[in-house]
Design a protein around this ligand. Structure first.
Ligand code: CA
Ligand code: CA
Length: 202
């Protein structure tokens, strides 16, 4: 009996200790289900082209990741967005709605990216509740999957372009309503993304 009690106390302590050690995180988007023009807000301009597809071979969370394949011209641009208040209403498909998230409990965004070691840059934008776009630059200087930690404090308001309707107050107003990837690597490229999370990194 004494031994059993010892085991129980040990397990309880292990559980409590284990929980306190694991970083707090919240999965927002694992890119599951159909990924198409109905569920992803994506497009390109000025001679560039982009395709969005499911990749069931390359994945980190769940059953699949989101694969983008594109051809970016030097004068072109493109975007791939998921979240709320976008033109594509079906892209509002996070695991948790923005208004239900305790944003103050997290200090970073985390995303898994399958890199191609091109030494180029992929921009990750957050659109705040006033429609203002905030940018973080991800270096594609690795091959295969890597978790990219993007501290929210390191996002900066985009100076190259903002939506006409945005409240350009240079304050990151919560809740964040959507995120988008904008590759800045020219030519033909392919990337996969998975496990878009909020995390609290100490
Ligand atoms: Ca997934
Ligand atoms: Ca703002």
């Amino acid at each position: 009996m004494k031994n059993l009690r010892y085991v129980f106390v040990s397990l309880t302590l292990l559980f409590m200790f284990g929980c306190s050690q694991s970083p707090k995180e919240l999965l927002l988007d694992s890119f599951e289900g159909k990924l198409n023009k109905e569920t992803v807000d994506f497009g390109s301009a000025q001679g560039s082209s982009i395709k969005v597809a499911v990749d069931r071979e390359n994945k980190v969370c769940g059953e699949q990741s989101m694969k983008i394949e594109y051809d970016l011209k030097a004068s072109g641009y493109m975007w791939v967005a998921r979240g709320y208040n976008l033109d594509v209403k079906g892209a509002a498909n996070w695991e948790v709605q923005p208004k239900d998230i305790e944003w103050s409990e997290y200090n970073s965004v985390s995303v898994q990216m399958y890199g191609s070691n091109s030494n180029g840059v992929i921009a990750l934008d957050l659109k705040d509740s006033g429609g203002e776009l905030w940018r973080f630059l991800i270096d594609d200087d690795f091959s295969g999957w890597k978790e990219i930690i993007c501290p929210i404090g390191e996002f900066f308001p985009r100076s190259d372009w903002q939506p006409d309707t945005a409240d350009k107050n240079e304050i990151l107003d919560f809740p964040v309503m959507s995120f988008q990837f904008e590759p800045r690597i020219f030519g033909k490229q392919a990337f996969c993304f998975d496990c878009f999370k909020l995390v609290d990194i100490k």
